[in-house]
Design a binder for this molecule. Structure first.
Ligand code: PXL
Length: 283
C-alpha cells in the first residue's frame, strides 16, 4: 500500500487539516501517516481557540522514523504553525524525499484577500521559499498573491490568472494549480500550469454560493490521494474538484449545516466509487 505523510495541525474540533486528511486519504486506499505541527482546540475561525505548538517534536519524531527505515510515496504539507516549521518541513523533504517521492504543498495561510490569524508577509515569503522544493503546489488566489507580491483582485480575467501562474511557477514547483478560480458567471474551479510540458489545464464546476471552512483541505487531500493512487493530473484534480463541489452541495442540504466545516463524511462513498471508476479507466 502506498504511504502519504501529511504535515499539518490537529484542530480537535472543526473538520480541517488532519481531521480531514486522515479519513479522506485513508478512504482512498492510501496509508496516511501524520506529523502534527500543533494541537488547537478548534481551527482559527473560532474565537478563543487554544494552541499547543509542537515544533520541538517534529525532528525527534522524524529522526525515529529515519532509524526505523520508514519511507513515503508522497509528502503533503498543509497548515504549518510557525516560520521554524517551514524550515523543518524543508529538511524533512530533503531527508525523506527521493526522485519517486511526490512533494505536494498546500501553502495554507490566507483566504478572501486576508491572512489567517498569526501569519504575516514574512510567513508568506518563507512559504514561497518552501514551494521551490515542490512537485505540485495548490494555493488559492489570496495565497498566490501573498507569495508573489501580486495585488489581490476579487474580479479578474484569464490574463491575471496566467500572470499569477507564471509568477508561481517562477517559485520553482513543477506544477502550479490555483484553486477557487472563477472565469465565468456561476462557475468556479482550478486553473493549473504544468511547467514540464508547458501546458495549462482548467476545470470548472457550477459555483455554489456558499463558503465553508476546510474545503481547501478536502480538495488537497483528494488530489494527493488520487495522484498517489496513479491517476494523471487532470483526472486527479477533476475528481477532487467534483468531490469538493458535491460535498458543499450536500452540506447545504443539511438542515443543521455546520458553519465550521463540510459534511465530507456523507460523501466519502461517492469519492471511493469515483476513484474506483477512474482507476478502472487506466488499468
Ligand atoms: O483549513 C485550513 C486551516 C487549517 N488549520 C487551521 C486553520 C485553518 C484555516 O483557518 O485555522 C488551524
Amino acid at each position: 500500500m502506498k504511504k502519504i505523510l501529511t504535515i499539518q495541525d490537529i484542530s480537535c474540533f472543526g473538520k480541517c487539516s488532519i481531521t480531514v486528511a486522515l479519513p479522506v486519504i485513508s478512504a482512498m486506499g492510501v496509508e496516511t501517516v501524520i506529523l502534527p505541527t500543533a494541537v488547537l482546540s478548534t481551527h482559527t475561525m473560532f474565537k478563543n481557540f487554544t494552541v499547543k505548538d509542537l515544533t520541538d517534536q517534529l525532528i525527534p519524531i522524524t529522526d525515529h522514523w529515519k532509524k526505523e527505515g520508514i519511507t513515503f510515496d508522497a509528502i503533503y504539507t498543509g497548515y504549518l504553525g510557525s516560520e521554524e516549521e517551514i524550515e523543518i518541513a524543508k529538511k524533512i523533504f530533503d531527508e525523506f524525499g527521493s526522485e519517486d517521492t511526490l512533494i505536494f504543498i498546500d501553502p495554507v495561510m490566507a483566504d478572501n484577500g486576508k491572512m489567517y490569524p498569526a501569519f504575516d508577509q514574512n510567513y508568506a515569503k518563507l512559504n514561497a521559499g518552501l514551494c521551490e522544493k515542490a512537485d505540485i503546489i495548490v494555493p488559492n488566489i489570496t495565497e498566490a498573491c501573498f507569495m508573489t507580491d501580486t495585488e489581490y483582485k476579487e474580479t479578474y480575467d484569464e490574463e491575471y490568472i496566467k500572470t499569477l501562474l507564471g509568477r508561481l511557477a517562477a517559485l520553482g514547483s513543477k506544477i502550479v494549480v490555483l484553486t477557487g478560480v472563477s472565469l465565468s458567471e456561476g462557475k468556479t474551479g482550478v486553473y493549473g500550469y504544468d511547467t514540464v510540458n508547458d501546458k495549462y489545464f482548467i476545470y470548472q464546476n457550477d459555483r455554489v454560493d456558499a463558503s465553508f471552512h476546510g474545503t481547501g483541505d478536502v480538495f488537497s487531500s483528494v488530489s494527493v490521494g488520487a495522484i498517489t493512487r496513479g491517476l494523471d493530473m487532470d483526472s486527479a484534480f477533476r475528481l477532487a474538484a467534483d468531490y469538493t463541489a458535491d460535498t458543499i452541495r450536500v452540506t447545504l442540504d443539511n438542515p443543521d449545516k455546520p458553519w465550521y466545516g463540510v459534511d465530507f463524511e456523507t460523501t466519502i462513498p461517492q469519492l471511493v466509487s469515483g476513484l474506483g471508476a477512474a482507476l478502472k479507466n487506466i488499468n
